[in-house]
Design a protein around this ligand. Structure first.
Ligand code: ATP
Ligand code: MG
Length: 581
């Protein structure tokens, strides 16, 4: 909802006040600085971002990308992009391509170090053979079901598989034949021989290889056995000389296993460090759920502007800088928490405030005829492109007798605090004149279809010479010059702050907001927007920030609203700081 100028000033002040937030702590950097001080890893810092190509990246991944890349940059180190592509049944080239595009767009630079865990399949196979020879791995014929049963529980120890004590020779023979495709899927696995009574379930003889007669996006049909993530991940880090292997908390219990593998092989040993994943209110972050939203048609695709994906945020109009600022402001911690989505919105609003040029656009048009304005006159009014960046210059906006204003900016019977246009009231039209409403025209149903106004020629582009004031400034578009556009307004994808908290008997999709997308057609834009390019971002004065959608075609512009001007985050901050009364 557009507001009066006084409201806008208040918002600007609130925004400025929140800018002084203290620098968030980063315990990972503290650990790394200690390693540099003690000369561990020879003072090197080498990080990586290890996505599994089974979906598109989301804002949580952006946090990991920036943490890893930002850390490498901060300490003059290196950063790798590595696909953990160990599961060919869920992984696709489409995801690989999208992830590469997104990481690049976020601004992380892996230089020439783009790797794939599948590059290491030969090495991993050799290492598995080595563990068999050391008596530290065995081929198990138990079914997946039986393996689960034998594993025990958190309170009960597991039981040894009857195949656990096969000879090294038999294991070598069976493992090779597994690789050669002699056995069907699921008939055998290779397991590490660790401890079926370990209190850590990950150490109860974890599976290292499974048989999967599936084509891999990169290795094709070369393999029909595939390494488990846990067997591939730590060794991949080791091969790449990663110093600090940063991952999310759920891998804390896997660290002893990674350590066990690296020690058993006697190879280079990175330091794993875990941090809490990012969760955001009013959205979901699990790839499984995001995939369901896409496959079941709740959104228009992975890049739907309502999705928390990087491609969705990009299409919505987010900048990489805003995303980076967000990931820095939330900091890094060991405690799981949920971040208010209004902080993300605040970050993009602040960034776009600096860089987006202002335009006038009427989303919900109401025709206005200026009765005392000459019929054929067109005046070019000078408008400032960006008051935050005067180097962006000015532009001309045509003004004429018939205009559009926002329907919301008029009320026939206004309540007390409504300062905008009403019968008999005078307001300013931005960059143009003071106008006074003299008449309201309705159709047969009583709907207002047009306003009649008069203008004061003495107020052109400024104030009234007699010093009289108006309480509101409205945006407008000249009807004869306006271009039509479609505008898509977005709201939260879910109706509740925590959609992972699904009530019994319900599915998370039951919590989807049915009004998360509102499509407006016949919106009227100032003519300078005719040449707006896909991806270009603007502030529509008093409305918010908008970005040209790729669905636009010549003659049919489509805009996405990135974010409104109203800043709920600034309000939250103000309250917390004890101000805001
Ligand atoms: P899933 O959603 O299936 O659990 P994932 O989100 O862990 O998968 P990966 O491709 O394995 O997907 O993630 C790549 C990297 O991004 C990992 O290092 C992971 O720890 C990190 N990451 C994933 N989600 C988040 C999150 N919400 N916040 C921070 N980092 C994350
Ligand atoms: Mg993962």
């Amino acid at each position: 909802m557009p507001g009066s100028e006084t409201e806008l000033d208040e918002r600007a002040r609130a925004e400025a006040e929140t800018e002084e937030a203290p620098a968030p702590t980063n315990f990972i950097h503290e650990m790394i600085e200690e390693d540099i001080r003690t000369g561990r890893f020879g003072g090197r810092v080498h990080t990586r971002f290890p996505p599994e190509p089974n979906g598109y990246l989301h804002i949580g991944h952006a946090k990991s990308v920036w943490l890893n890349y930002g850390t490498a940059v901060k300490y003059g180190g290196k950063f790798n992009l590595r696909f953990d592509d160990t599961n060919p049944t869920k992984e696709e080239q489409e995801y690989i391509d999208a992830i590469i595009e997104d990481v690049r767009w976020l601004g992380a630079d892996w230089e020439d170090r783009l790797f794939y865990a599948s590059d290491y399949f030969d090495q991993l196979y050799e290492w598995a053979v080595e563990l068999i020879k050391k008596g530290l791995a065995y081929v198990d014929d138990l079914s997946a079901e039986e393996i689960r049963e034998y594993r025990g529980t958190l309170t009960e120890p597991g039981r040894n598989s009857p195949y656990r004590d096969r000879s090294v020779e038999e294991n070598l023979d069976l493992f090779e034949r597994m690789k050669n495709g002699e056995f069907p899927d699921g008939s055998r696995v290779l397991r590490a021989k660790i401890d079926m009574a370990s209190p850590n379930l990950n150490l109860r003889d974890p599976v290292m290889y499974r048989i999967l007669h599936a084509e891999h996006p990169r290795t094709g049909n070369k393999w029909c056995i595939y390494p488990m993530y846990d067997w591939a991940h730590g060794q991949s880090d080791s091969i790449e000389g990663i110093t600090h292997s940063i991952c999310t908390l759920e891998f804390e219990d896997h660290r002893p296993l990674y350590d066990w593998f690296l020690d058993a092989l006697g190879i280079y040993h990175p330091q794993q460090i875990e941090f809490a994943r990012l969760n955001l209110t009013y959205t979901v972050m699990s790839k499984r759920r995001l995939l369901r939203l896409v496959n079941e048609g709740y959104v228009r695709g992975w890049d739907d502007p309502r999705m928390p994906t990087i491609s969705g945020l990009r299409r919505r109009g987010y900048t990489p800088e805003a995303i980076r600022e967000f990931t820095e402001r939330i900091g890094v911690s060991k405690a799981n928490s949920v971040v208010d989505i209004s902080l993300l919105e605040h970050c993009v609003r602040q960034d776009l405030n600096k860089r987006a040029e202002r335009r006038m656009a009427v989303l919900n048009p109401l025709r206005v005829v200026i009765e005392n304005y000459p019929d054929d006159l067109v005046e070019e009014m000078e408008a400032i492109n960006n008051p935050e960046d005067l180097s962006a210059g000015t532009r001309k906006v045509p003004f004429s007798k018939v205009l559009y204003i926002e329907r919301d900016d008029f009320m026939e019977d206004p309540p007390k605090k409504f300062y905008r246009l009403a019968p008999g009231r005078e307001v300013r039209l931005r960059y143009a004149y003071f106008v006074t409403c003299t008449g309201v025209i309705k159709d047969e149903q009583g709907q207002i279809v047009e306003l009649r106004c008069t203008y004061d020629p003495a107020t052109r582009g400024g104030d009234a010479p007699d010093g009289r004031k108006v309480k509101a400034t409205l945006h407008w578009v000249s009807a004869a010059h306006a271009i039509d556009a479609e505008v898509r307004l977005y709201d939260h994808l879910f109706t509740v702050p925590d959609p992972s908290d699904v009530p019994p008997g319900k599915d998370f999709t039951d919590l989807i907001n049915p009004n998360s997308l509102q499509v407006l057609t016949g919106c009227k834009l100032e003519p300078s927007l005719a040449n707006a390019q896909v991806g270009e971002r603007f502030q529509f004065e008093r409305q918010g920030y908008f970005c040209v959608d790729p669905d636009s075609t010549p003659g049919h512009l489509v805009f996405n609203r990135t974010v409104t001007l109203k800043d709920t985050w600034a309000k939250i901050q103000q309250k917390e700081l004890g101000g805001g009364e």
